[in-house]
Design a protein around this ligand. Structure first.
Ligand code: 9MR
Length: 600
């Protein structure tokens, strides 16, 4: 017998199943998939895909079953579809769009304009502003109008900022700053119903880069430029996400009337993954999804791949880490703890029984201080030490309220833990170079010292512009609170101090990305075994305000460049994540500096 209630359910089912799929979240889907539960929470859960992933039937199954949004990971970009002006090959994009439509998935188009994937004929062209504007218009109109009404969201411009400044791209050179707003206008003209996003990385939380994007968005909206949302790429590291800052950023963008989507989520751990790491990763996924669910204007959570097997982070041209496991499904498509954590959160919020029991969920969510999340229990080998032993290559515990004088005499560093660095990316046979470093703070400065062992100290061959080619030591700091930041921005500095400062030159020999922001002071003195650098940076400058508190964290890294003749032949590196000497370029490879109250 059909009751009144079930008649209503059947009616509802019929209405819902007859509604067009594109642009709508079907809230009647099963509660046994991410997409079903996401729909009940009124958000999209998406995945990035290449067409060759679809060759694997299991991939097709998982993708269609679990996700209600699809993003072409690479094959819709300009360099992938156009080899000559006006010539396009859309076959791969079509394949992805057709798969999405056949599986009731909404399509998030990625991406119309990206400096890293402009065709050679654009990149190497020599165009006047007018010609370049025409090319921009042709490209955007061709692509957006082809998929009009079928691609609901577009990442119109991707990664136009380099820190807080506009990135130097071919479009910027040909056209000028207004190429970005033109791109939005052309896309809007081609499909007035498509929702248009600006997408970037390292701007998820609050900081110089996200402030610049916010200012651009505010300006666009004030001038009627059709911008509808901001994509936060969200390539993160386990244990280093500042959820509060991300929440604040989403909120302020929402106050402008903008949608936000997490567009390329992956959460990596570059060391060896064990059960504990998988739990921490699950917690980070949970908290990130929670940050989205807590914000009205956060509409999608898109992972940058379905299975770990296909993550871009394993690609030799990027991180080249064949064992990294940053996604929700294992190489064998087994759902990982992060998947179950997301399922449980979405279920809880939808009022459905979660897949994990309360105790299973507590085991994942247990609150450990974020800094210590992937670290062994802090211990002191020597009770007189002012802070615990460093977790090698991962974290250094820096005591504060320590009095240090910059004089090249290291006696005031007694009991501050020292770490020896003797490995890196270039270590010659018979190498005799190594260094010990230590860090401490008082109430005005952060102090750093490097005690270098080096039988041949070479200096005087290079100017400060090429400081890293001869004997020098590098100190890196990320004071932004976003340890996953993968690009330099205000508050992140690389400071290279040359051994040549032994000669006390009139202008100190110092270099490195943003080093001018650090207001560094230092002394360099010769020792029997090599040289010593003692340095300090103010805790408060124009760009940062560091307040040492117990277990407070900064991003931190230190390197040594060694030369025995005329050029660098030695590169020693502390942070374990930096396996390819990329810290100058990518601050997410730093380790952690954890402040330690010496009274503890
Ligand atoms: O994941 C994408 C990878 O498969 C491509 O080879 C690469 C090409 O540069 O692009 C990757 O995706 C990038 C995205 O388009 C923009 N944000 C950073 C992503 C990772 O590099």
């Amino acid at each position: 017998m059909i009751t009144k209630m079930s008649k209503l359910t059947i009616l509802l089912f019929l209405i819902v199943s007859l509604m067009p799929a594109v642009g709508l979240i079907n809230a009647q889907e099963s509660s046994f998939s991410l997409r079903g539960l996401a729909a009940q929470n009124d958000i999209y859960v998406g995945a990035a895909v290449w067409t060759n992933h679809l060759d694997d039937p299991v991939h097709q199954d998982v993708l269609g079953r679990e996700f209600n949004m699809l993003t072409p990971e690479h094959e819709a970009k300009f360099c992938m579809i156009s080899t000559a002006r006006g010539e396009y090959d859309f076959s791969k994009v079509d394949q992805l769009v057709e798969f999405a439509e056949a599986n009731d998935m909404v399509i998030h188009g990625h991406t119309l304009i990206w400096h890293s994937c402009s065709p050679d004929w654009v990149e190497n062209g020599d165009f006047s502003r007018e010609e370049a504007i025409e090319i921009l218009r042709e490209h955007i109109t061709t692509v957006v109008s082809r998929y009009k009404g079928r691609i609901a969201y577009w990442d119109v411009v991707n990664e136009a900022f380099d820190g807080a400044a506009l990135r130097d791209t071919a479009w910027l050179r040909f056209i000028g700053e207004d190429y970005i707003e033109m791109a939005f206008q052309f896309a809007h003209e081609a499909d007035p119903d498509a929702l248009l996003l600006y997408n970037d990385y390292g701007a998820e939380g609050m900081g110089g880069k996200s402030n610049a994007i916010y200012a651009m968005a505010q300006d666009f909206l004030a001038r009627g430029i059709p911008l509808h949302g901001i994509g936060m790429q969200s390539h993160f590291d386990v244990g280093s996400i500042n959820f509060t800052a991300i929440g604040q950023n989403i909120q302020r963008l929402g106050e402008l009337g903008l949608e936000v989507q997490f567009t390329e989520v992956d959460i990596k751990y570059l060391g060896e993954t064990d059960d504990e790491i998988l739990r921490h990763q699950a917690r980070d996924y949970y908290r990130l999804m929670e940050t989205c669910l807590d914000a009205e204007n956060c509409t999608a959570f898109i992972v940058w791949g379905v299975t770990d097997k296909f993550t871009w982070l394993r690609d030799a041209s990027f991180f080249d880490n064949p064992t990294v496991e940053p996604l929700l499904f294992s190489d064998e498509y087994e759902p990982k703890p992060a998947y179950f954590a997301l399922m449980s959160l979405l279920a809880q919020r939808a009022g459905v029984t979660p897949i994990l029991s309360e105790s299973e969920l507590t085991a994942i969510l247990e609150d450990a201080p974020a800094a210590a999340s992937v670290l062994p229990e802090p211990t002191k080998t020597d009770p007189a030490q002012l802070a615990p032993d460093a977790a090698n290559g991962l974290a250094y515990y820096a005591p504060f309220n320590v009095t240090i004088t910059l004089d090249g005499d290291l006696s005031d560093w007694e009991n501050v833990p020292r770490v020896t660095v003797d490995s890196g990316t270039t270590v010659p046979a018979g190498n005799d170079t190594s260094f010990e470093f230590a860090v401490a703070a008082d109430d005005a400065n952060l102090y750093y010292m490097a005690d270098v062992t080096d039988s041949i100290v070479v200096y005087g061959n290079y100017e400060a512009g090429e400081w890293y080619r001869e004997d020098s030591v590098e100190l890196y700091l990320n004071t932004t609170g976003d340890l996953g930041a993968a690009a330099y921005q205000p508050g992140i500095v690389q400071i290279g101090i040359m051994a040549g400062n032994l000669t006390q030159p009139e202008t100190p020999l110092v270099g490195g990305s943003n080093n001018g922001d650090s207001q560094i002071s230092f002394v360099v003195v010769e020792t029997e075994k090599g040289y010593v650098i003692e340095a300090s940076v103010p805790l408060k400058t124009d760009v940062w305000d560091i307040v040492p508190e117990h277990l407070g964290v900064l991003g931190f890294q230190t390197h040594l460049n060694g030369s025995a003749a005329t050029d660098r032949d030695t590169k020693l590196i502390w942070s374990a994540a930096d396996t390819q000497d990329q810290s100058w370029n990518n601050p997410s490879l730093f380790g952690q500096l954890i402040f330690w109250d010496k009274a503890q």
